[in-house]
Design a protein around this ligand. Structure first.
Ligand code: SAM
Length: 215
């Protein structure tokens, strides 16, 4: 284990008390085993949106909208827009209800369908893209996302260390070999992209943060 449960809990406990709606969503996700970001990762996403001054955000993998609400929290008041994609229509509909309850529904567009079909139809460029959909499809997303990341834009990808198994020498069950190999190849390609600079943080399940050059 390279990032312990205890450390994650400690970092989570340091955060200011979260609104009731966030706590309700965390409880719901836990009950249904929907793998949402941890509070320290959510907090980091909101922080990143603020630091970057991102106003055009794209997310792959809405689920019930927990990480989307963290991203929305980083937007300046009255400004910014998030487009979020999920192929699970039931989850996407529940996310829409949460966005209404949080009072941010007008800032968020939910697209229901497979990101691999939807991404080629998008024409906008984004200041920040957050990827948290199917780990086994990351290489497909990367190709489709590159034209959508604005100059100086940031690409954030979750779960890139996959429980630490992506680190050579880690032991895991053989059934995970394909996923681990895919993520290793993904990280290699990401780091080789000529107009991006990437940094991997061992926060949560591993976050890759790539910034696009301005030249
Ligand atoms: C890990 S969950 C997202 C959690 C969410 N980002 C959060 O932290 O609150 C992954 C989501 O990606 C969606 N998904 C998987 N493959 C997808 C695809 N090809 N296109 C769109 N959504 C996809 C799943 O339906 C699932 O809801």
């Amino acid at each position: 284990m390279i990032y312990s449960f205890e450390l994650e809990k400690f970092l989570g406990d340091l955060l200011p008390k979260r609104e009731e709606l966030f706590l309700e969503m965390e409880e719901q996700a836990l009950k249904e085993t929907i793998p949402v970001v941890t509070p320290p990762v959510g907090n980091f996403l909101a922080w990143l949106v603020k630091v970057k001054g991102a106003e055009r955000i794209l997310e792959l993998g809405t689920a019930i909208g927990y990480s989307t609400l963290w991203l929305a929290q980083g937007l300046p008041p009255g400004k910014g827009r998030i487009t979020t994609i999920d192929l699970n229509v039931d989850r996407a509909n529940r996310a829409l209800e949460y966005f209404q309850r949080a009072g941010v529904a007008e800032k968020i567009q939910v697209l229901k369908g497979d990101a691999r079909k939807i991404l080629p139809e998008l024409t906008e460029q984004y200041d920040l893209v957050f990827v948290d959909a199917a780990k086994g499809e990351y290489l497909d997303y990367l190709t489709l996302l590159l034209p959508l990341v604005a100059k100086d834009g940031i690409l954030v990808v979750d779960n890139v260390l996959f429980r630490g198994w992506v680190v050579p020498g880690a032991s895991y069950e053989p059934k995970y070999e394909r996923m681990v190999s895919h993520l290793r190849e993904f990280l290699k390609r990401l780091n080789e992209l000529p107009d991006f600079q990437t940094s991997v943080l061992p926060l949560g399940d591993g976050l890759a943060i790539s910034v696009r050059n301005s030249l």
